[in-house]
Design a protein around this ligand. Sequence first.
Ligand SMILES: [Fe+2]
Length: 138
Amino acid sequence: MPNITWTNALSVGDDAIDHDHQELFSLVNDLADADLSDSFLLGLIGRLENYTEYHFAREEEFMREYDFPGLEDHIAKHKMFVEWLHTVELTYRRSAESPFQISDLVNDFLRTWLVDHIMNEDMKYRDFIIEYMRNKKK
Ligand SMILES: [Fe+2]
């Protein structure tokens, strides 16, 4: 599976958030490359859970700062992702006898979700903030 690569086209205009997104890309790429038989996989899922929690909180704070009107909707999308990831983890843990493998489907979902979310959802607050700054200068 080819790695996902962060490019400037994915920049939301905030260095800290862009950096978080790059970290997430690298975690997702590591997960796709992970040895499926290794408990390393669970560690990676854990790191992904921790990092998304940390990153979503930062992003939500950022949107709150600018009174972004789509905040609630955006938070709901983050929550759905957190729940989905948690389900993947539980499924993996519960199937110790017949090891559940992080299938291509899960990896695909992660990669698609992350890129889609940045392109379609995160860009909404980027555009809103650009407009906000423009009006402020007037
Ligand atoms: Fe987001």
